[in-house]
Design a protein around this ligand. Structure first.
Ligand code: IPM
Ligand code: MG
Length: 364
Protein backbone atom coordinates (compact mmCIF):
# COMPACT_ATOMS: atom_id res chain seq x y z
CA UNK A 1 0.00 0.00 0.00
CA UNK A 2 0.98 3.61 -0.47
CA UNK A 3 0.84 6.22 2.32
CA UNK A 4 1.48 9.95 2.44
CA UNK A 5 3.27 11.05 5.56
CA UNK A 6 4.33 14.51 6.71
CA UNK A 7 7.45 14.52 8.81
CA UNK A 8 8.21 17.50 11.05
CA UNK A 9 11.70 17.07 12.56
CA UNK A 10 11.58 20.38 14.49
CA UNK A 11 14.41 21.46 16.79
CA UNK A 12 17.23 20.14 18.95
CA UNK A 13 17.50 16.36 18.80
CA UNK A 14 14.25 16.22 16.77
CA UNK A 15 15.96 15.87 13.36
CA UNK A 16 18.28 13.13 14.68
CA UNK A 17 15.57 10.92 16.15
CA UNK A 18 13.35 11.48 13.11
CA UNK A 19 16.13 10.43 10.71
CA UNK A 20 16.44 7.09 12.53
CA UNK A 21 12.68 6.59 12.54
CA UNK A 22 12.49 7.23 8.79
CA UNK A 23 15.14 4.51 8.36
CA UNK A 24 12.94 2.11 10.32
CA UNK A 25 9.87 3.04 8.28
CA UNK A 26 11.76 2.47 5.02
CA UNK A 27 12.80 -0.95 6.31
CA UNK A 28 9.15 -1.73 7.09
CA UNK A 29 8.15 -0.55 3.62
CA UNK A 30 10.71 -2.81 1.99
CA UNK A 31 9.81 -5.87 4.02
CA UNK A 32 6.03 -5.59 3.78
CA UNK A 33 5.72 -3.98 0.35
CA UNK A 34 4.49 -0.50 1.34
CA UNK A 35 5.52 2.85 -0.03
CA UNK A 36 5.80 5.70 2.42
CA UNK A 37 5.80 9.02 0.57
CA UNK A 38 7.49 11.28 3.06
CA UNK A 39 7.38 15.09 2.80
CA UNK A 40 9.40 17.05 5.27
CA UNK A 41 8.19 20.43 6.61
CA UNK A 42 9.30 22.88 9.29
CA UNK A 43 7.85 23.37 12.77
CA UNK A 44 8.95 25.16 15.95
CA UNK A 45 12.10 27.24 16.12
CA UNK A 46 13.21 25.97 12.71
CA UNK A 47 9.99 27.34 11.21
CA UNK A 48 10.30 30.64 13.10
CA UNK A 49 13.78 31.15 11.69
CA UNK A 50 12.94 30.19 8.11
CA UNK A 51 9.28 31.16 7.74
CA UNK A 52 8.61 33.66 10.55
CA UNK A 53 5.88 31.53 12.13
CA UNK A 54 5.99 28.45 14.41
CA UNK A 55 4.04 26.48 11.81
CA UNK A 56 2.90 27.82 8.45
CA UNK A 57 -0.66 27.63 7.13
CA UNK A 58 0.69 25.61 4.20
CA UNK A 59 2.24 23.05 6.54
CA UNK A 60 -1.02 22.71 8.47
CA UNK A 61 -2.88 22.28 5.16
CA UNK A 62 -0.50 19.54 4.02
CA UNK A 63 -0.77 17.77 7.40
CA UNK A 64 -4.57 17.73 7.06
CA UNK A 65 -4.28 16.02 3.69
CA UNK A 66 -1.74 13.42 4.82
CA UNK A 67 -2.45 9.95 6.21
CA UNK A 68 -0.49 10.80 9.36
CA UNK A 69 2.12 13.17 10.78
CA UNK A 70 5.34 12.30 12.56
CA UNK A 71 7.01 14.98 14.70
CA UNK A 72 10.40 15.18 16.46
CA UNK A 73 10.49 17.94 19.06
CA UNK A 74 10.21 21.72 19.32
CA UNK A 75 11.88 24.42 21.37
CA UNK A 76 15.27 25.58 22.57
CA UNK A 77 17.05 28.41 24.40
CA UNK A 78 17.40 30.43 21.21
CA UNK A 79 13.63 31.08 21.19
CA UNK A 80 13.05 31.18 24.96
CA UNK A 81 12.56 34.93 25.53
CA UNK A 82 9.49 35.20 27.81
CA UNK A 83 8.38 38.29 25.92
CA UNK A 84 8.75 36.75 22.46
CA UNK A 85 5.74 37.24 20.18
CA UNK A 86 5.97 33.72 18.83
CA UNK A 87 7.33 30.57 20.49
CA UNK A 88 8.29 27.18 19.03
CA UNK A 89 5.68 25.47 21.23
CA UNK A 90 2.97 27.54 19.51
CA UNK A 91 3.57 25.46 16.39
CA UNK A 92 2.82 22.22 18.20
CA UNK A 93 -0.23 23.67 19.95
CA UNK A 94 -1.55 25.08 16.67
CA UNK A 95 -1.14 21.67 15.02
CA UNK A 96 -2.93 19.89 17.85
CA UNK A 97 -5.80 22.38 17.78
CA UNK A 98 -6.28 22.77 14.06
CA UNK A 99 -5.95 19.05 13.34
CA UNK A 100 -8.51 18.30 16.07
CA UNK A 101 -6.11 16.02 17.98
CA UNK A 102 -7.94 15.99 21.29
CA UNK A 103 -6.72 12.63 22.55
CA UNK A 104 -3.13 11.94 23.48
CA UNK A 105 -2.23 8.32 24.22
CA UNK A 106 0.93 7.85 26.26
CA UNK A 107 1.71 4.22 27.02
CA UNK A 108 4.15 3.52 29.86
CA UNK A 109 5.76 0.14 29.47
CA UNK A 110 8.64 -1.09 31.58
CA UNK A 111 10.84 -3.47 29.61
CA UNK A 112 12.03 -6.26 31.93
CA UNK A 113 15.67 -5.72 30.89
CA UNK A 114 15.51 -2.04 31.84
CA UNK A 115 14.38 -2.46 35.45
CA UNK A 116 17.91 -1.67 36.56
CA UNK A 117 18.02 1.55 34.51
CA UNK A 118 15.66 3.43 36.80
CA UNK A 119 15.89 5.01 40.23
CA UNK A 120 13.10 2.85 41.58
CA UNK A 121 13.32 -0.57 43.15
CA UNK A 122 13.00 -3.41 40.62
CA UNK A 123 10.19 -5.05 42.60
CA UNK A 124 8.15 -1.85 42.35
CA UNK A 125 8.43 -1.40 38.61
CA UNK A 126 8.78 -4.90 37.20
CA UNK A 127 5.69 -5.64 35.08
CA UNK A 128 4.44 -2.05 34.94
CA UNK A 129 2.28 -1.40 31.90
CA UNK A 130 -0.31 1.34 31.76
CA UNK A 131 -1.57 4.02 29.41
CA UNK A 132 -2.38 7.65 29.99
CA UNK A 133 -5.13 9.21 27.92
CA UNK A 134 -4.40 12.91 28.10
CA UNK A 135 -6.85 15.56 26.91
CA UNK A 136 -4.90 17.67 24.43
CA UNK A 137 -6.85 20.61 23.07
CA UNK A 138 -8.47 22.19 26.12
CA UNK A 139 -7.80 23.29 29.68
CA UNK A 140 -5.08 25.74 30.67
CA UNK A 141 -3.31 25.40 27.34
CA UNK A 142 -6.16 26.90 25.32
CA UNK A 143 -8.75 28.38 27.71
CA UNK A 144 -9.50 32.11 27.51
CA UNK A 145 -8.82 34.55 29.09
CA UNK A 146 -5.11 33.92 28.77
CA UNK A 147 -3.16 37.11 29.18
CA UNK A 148 -0.82 39.30 31.16
CA UNK A 149 -1.46 42.91 32.24
CA UNK A 150 -0.20 45.73 34.38
CA UNK A 151 -2.05 46.95 37.48
CA UNK A 152 -1.20 49.64 40.01
CA UNK A 153 0.03 46.94 42.37
CA UNK A 154 2.18 45.20 39.79
CA UNK A 155 1.83 42.71 36.97
CA UNK A 156 -0.86 40.05 36.79
CA UNK A 157 -1.43 37.11 34.48
CA UNK A 158 -4.15 34.54 33.98
CA UNK A 159 -4.66 31.18 32.28
CA UNK A 160 -8.07 29.54 32.29
CA UNK A 161 -8.80 25.89 32.96
CA UNK A 162 -11.92 25.85 30.85
CA UNK A 163 -13.71 22.65 29.84
CA UNK A 164 -17.00 22.09 28.12
CA UNK A 165 -19.10 19.02 28.68
CA UNK A 166 -18.51 17.92 25.10
CA UNK A 167 -14.72 18.08 25.45
CA UNK A 168 -14.81 16.01 28.62
CA UNK A 169 -17.23 13.47 27.23
CA UNK A 170 -15.21 12.63 24.12
CA UNK A 171 -11.90 12.21 25.96
CA UNK A 172 -13.44 10.13 28.75
CA UNK A 173 -14.95 7.94 26.05
CA UNK A 174 -11.48 7.35 24.60
CA UNK A 175 -10.42 6.36 28.12
CA UNK A 176 -13.25 3.83 28.40
CA UNK A 177 -12.53 2.41 24.94
CA UNK A 178 -8.87 1.90 25.83
CA UNK A 179 -9.77 0.41 29.22
CA UNK A 180 -12.25 -1.96 27.58
CA UNK A 181 -9.42 -3.49 25.56
CA UNK A 182 -7.08 -3.68 28.56
CA UNK A 183 -7.84 -4.59 32.17
CA UNK A 184 -11.30 -2.97 32.17
CA UNK A 185 -10.28 -0.54 34.92
CA UNK A 186 -10.34 3.18 34.19
CA UNK A 187 -8.93 5.76 36.56
CA UNK A 188 -10.16 9.29 35.96
CA UNK A 189 -7.70 11.78 37.43
CA UNK A 190 -8.96 15.16 38.62
CA UNK A 191 -8.79 17.72 41.42
CA UNK A 192 -12.48 17.68 42.24
CA UNK A 193 -11.90 18.65 45.87
CA UNK A 194 -10.81 22.12 44.69
CA UNK A 195 -11.49 22.80 41.01
CA UNK A 196 -14.91 23.44 39.50
CA UNK A 197 -13.73 22.15 36.09
CA UNK A 198 -12.76 18.90 37.83
CA UNK A 199 -16.17 18.58 39.44
CA UNK A 200 -17.77 18.82 36.00
CA UNK A 201 -15.17 16.35 34.70
CA UNK A 202 -16.07 13.85 37.41
CA UNK A 203 -19.80 14.22 36.82
CA UNK A 204 -19.43 13.68 33.06
CA UNK A 205 -17.12 10.68 33.65
CA UNK A 206 -19.83 9.06 35.80
CA UNK A 207 -22.44 9.74 33.09
CA UNK A 208 -20.29 8.23 30.32
CA UNK A 209 -19.56 5.20 32.52
CA UNK A 210 -23.19 4.13 32.11
CA UNK A 211 -22.34 3.17 28.52
CA UNK A 212 -19.51 0.93 29.78
CA UNK A 213 -20.97 -1.34 32.45
CA UNK A 214 -18.09 -3.81 32.04
CA UNK A 215 -15.43 -1.19 32.88
CA UNK A 216 -14.81 -0.25 36.48
CA UNK A 217 -14.41 3.51 36.99
CA UNK A 218 -12.30 4.93 39.80
CA UNK A 219 -11.70 8.61 40.55
CA UNK A 220 -8.29 9.63 41.76
CA UNK A 221 -7.11 13.07 42.81
CA UNK A 222 -4.16 14.29 40.81
CA UNK A 223 -1.88 14.73 43.82
CA UNK A 224 -2.64 11.20 45.00
CA UNK A 225 -2.06 9.94 41.47
CA UNK A 226 1.40 11.49 41.31
CA UNK A 227 2.20 9.62 44.51
CA UNK A 228 0.71 6.35 43.30
CA UNK A 229 2.85 6.42 40.14
CA UNK A 230 5.94 6.08 42.28
CA UNK A 231 4.53 4.08 45.18
CA UNK A 232 2.61 1.33 43.38
CA UNK A 233 2.60 1.83 39.60
CA UNK A 234 1.47 -1.76 39.00
CA UNK A 235 -1.91 -0.69 40.35
CA UNK A 236 -2.43 1.47 37.24
CA UNK A 237 -3.85 0.29 33.93
CA UNK A 238 -5.75 3.00 32.01
CA UNK A 239 -5.90 6.62 33.16
CA UNK A 240 -7.72 9.57 31.67
CA UNK A 241 -7.02 13.16 32.63
CA UNK A 242 -7.05 16.79 31.53
CA UNK A 243 -4.29 18.48 29.56
CA UNK A 244 -1.98 19.99 32.19
CA UNK A 245 -2.32 17.14 34.70
CA UNK A 246 -1.51 14.72 31.87
CA UNK A 247 1.53 16.72 30.80
CA UNK A 248 3.01 16.64 34.31
CA UNK A 249 2.09 13.08 35.26
CA UNK A 250 3.47 11.57 32.05
CA UNK A 251 6.90 13.12 32.52
CA UNK A 252 6.88 11.61 35.98
CA UNK A 253 5.68 8.24 34.67
CA UNK A 254 8.40 8.17 32.02
CA UNK A 255 10.93 7.69 34.80
CA UNK A 256 9.49 4.24 35.44
CA UNK A 257 10.50 3.24 31.93
CA UNK A 258 14.08 4.33 32.56
CA UNK A 259 14.13 7.48 30.46
CA UNK A 260 11.94 9.97 28.67
CA UNK A 261 13.70 8.64 25.60
CA UNK A 262 11.60 5.47 25.86
CA UNK A 263 8.10 6.97 25.79
CA UNK A 264 6.14 7.34 22.54
CA UNK A 265 2.85 9.13 22.08
CA UNK A 266 -0.06 9.32 19.70
CA UNK A 267 -2.26 12.39 19.35
CA UNK A 268 -5.42 11.32 17.63
CA UNK A 269 -8.61 12.89 16.34
CA UNK A 270 -11.18 10.37 17.54
CA UNK A 271 -11.92 7.16 19.38
CA UNK A 272 -9.50 4.40 18.32
CA UNK A 273 -11.23 1.31 16.90
CA UNK A 274 -9.20 -1.74 16.02
CA UNK A 275 -8.77 -2.15 12.27
CA UNK A 276 -10.02 1.41 11.57
CA UNK A 277 -7.81 4.29 10.49
CA UNK A 278 -7.81 7.42 12.55
CA UNK A 279 -5.89 10.57 11.76
CA UNK A 280 -3.06 11.36 14.13
CA UNK A 281 0.22 13.07 14.91
CA UNK A 282 2.92 10.95 16.51
CA UNK A 283 5.80 12.20 18.60
CA UNK A 284 8.08 11.18 21.44
CA UNK A 285 7.10 12.69 24.79
CA UNK A 286 10.62 14.03 25.32
CA UNK A 287 11.50 17.53 24.24
CA UNK A 288 14.20 18.92 22.01
CA UNK A 289 17.02 18.36 24.57
CA UNK A 290 19.07 21.23 23.08
CA UNK A 291 22.21 20.38 25.06
CA UNK A 292 22.35 16.94 23.48
CA UNK A 293 21.58 18.12 19.95
CA UNK A 294 24.12 17.24 17.29
CA UNK A 295 26.05 14.93 19.63
CA UNK A 296 24.58 11.62 18.41
CA UNK A 297 23.46 10.97 22.00
CA UNK A 298 19.67 11.02 21.79
CA UNK A 299 17.66 7.85 22.20
CA UNK A 300 15.59 7.34 19.02
CA UNK A 301 13.42 4.60 20.60
CA UNK A 302 10.59 6.92 21.74
CA UNK A 303 10.19 8.23 18.19
CA UNK A 304 10.54 4.79 16.63
CA UNK A 305 7.83 3.48 18.97
CA UNK A 306 5.71 6.53 18.06
CA UNK A 307 5.99 5.43 14.42
CA UNK A 308 4.76 1.98 15.50
CA UNK A 309 1.71 3.67 17.06
CA UNK A 310 1.24 5.58 13.78
CA UNK A 311 1.20 2.33 11.81
CA UNK A 312 -1.31 0.86 14.25
CA UNK A 313 -3.79 3.74 14.64
CA UNK A 314 -3.54 5.81 11.45
CA UNK A 315 -2.53 3.25 8.82
CA UNK A 316 -4.17 0.12 10.30
CA UNK A 317 -0.92 -1.83 9.88
CA UNK A 318 -0.99 -3.87 13.08
CA UNK A 319 1.48 -6.53 11.96
CA UNK A 320 4.01 -3.90 10.92
CA UNK A 321 3.53 -1.97 14.18
CA UNK A 322 4.21 -5.13 16.18
CA UNK A 323 7.31 -5.83 14.09
CA UNK A 324 8.78 -2.48 15.16
CA UNK A 325 7.91 -3.07 18.81
CA UNK A 326 9.50 -6.51 18.69
CA UNK A 327 12.65 -5.12 17.05
CA UNK A 328 12.99 -2.56 19.86
CA UNK A 329 12.48 -5.22 22.51
CA UNK A 330 15.00 -7.54 20.85
CA UNK A 331 17.60 -4.78 20.61
CA UNK A 332 17.19 -4.03 24.31
CA UNK A 333 17.28 -7.73 25.22
CA UNK A 334 20.53 -8.08 23.32
CA UNK A 335 22.05 -5.37 25.50
CA UNK A 336 22.06 -2.41 23.13
CA UNK A 337 21.66 0.89 24.97
CA UNK A 338 21.82 4.60 24.31
CA UNK A 339 23.51 6.69 26.99
CA UNK A 340 20.23 7.57 28.80
CA UNK A 341 19.46 3.92 29.58
CA UNK A 342 23.06 2.82 29.93
CA UNK A 343 24.12 0.44 32.68
CA UNK A 344 27.31 -1.44 33.39
CA UNK A 345 28.25 -4.19 30.97
CA UNK A 346 25.94 -3.06 28.17
CA UNK A 347 26.81 -1.86 24.68
CA UNK A 348 26.57 1.89 24.38
CA UNK A 349 25.38 3.18 21.01
CA UNK A 350 24.89 6.54 19.38
CA UNK A 351 21.54 7.63 17.97
CA UNK A 352 22.47 6.48 14.48
CA UNK A 353 23.80 3.10 15.58
CA UNK A 354 20.65 2.36 17.59
CA UNK A 355 18.54 3.31 14.56
CA UNK A 356 20.61 1.01 12.34
CA UNK A 357 20.24 -1.92 14.75
CA UNK A 358 16.47 -1.54 14.98
CA UNK A 359 16.03 -0.93 11.23
CA UNK A 360 18.18 -4.00 10.58
CA UNK A 361 15.97 -6.16 12.80
CA UNK A 362 12.79 -4.79 11.23
CA UNK A 363 14.19 -5.58 7.79
CA UNK A 364 14.31 -9.23 8.85
C1 IPM B 1 4.44 17.49 25.75
C2 IPM B 1 5.26 18.76 25.78
C3 IPM B 1 4.42 19.89 25.22
C4 IPM B 1 3.20 20.04 26.10
C5 IPM B 1 5.16 21.22 25.04
C6 IPM B 1 6.38 21.09 24.20
C7 IPM B 1 4.25 22.30 24.52
O1 IPM B 1 5.71 19.03 27.06
O2 IPM B 1 4.00 17.10 24.66
O3 IPM B 1 4.25 16.90 26.81
O4 IPM B 1 3.27 20.72 27.13
O5 IPM B 1 2.17 19.48 25.75
MG1 MG C 1 5.29 17.49 28.45
Amino acid sequence: MRFNLIVLPGDGVGPEVIAETVKVLQAIGKRYGHIFNISERLVGGAAIDAEGVAVSAETVRLCKKADAVLLGAVGGPKWDDPLAKVRPEDGLLELRKSLGLFANLRPVHVYPVLVDSTNLKPEVIRGVDFVFVRELTGGLYFGRPKKRWQTEKGRQAVDSMLYSEHEIERIVRVGFEMAKRRQKKLISVDKANVLESSRLWRQVAVEVSEDYPDVELEHMLVDACSMRIIQNPKYLDTLVTENTFGDILTDEASMLAGSMGMLPSASIAGVPQSGAKIFGLYEPIHGSAPRRAGLDMANPIATILSAAMMLRYSLALEKEASAIEKAVEDALNEGYRTYDIMSVGKRKLGTGEMGDIIAGKVGG
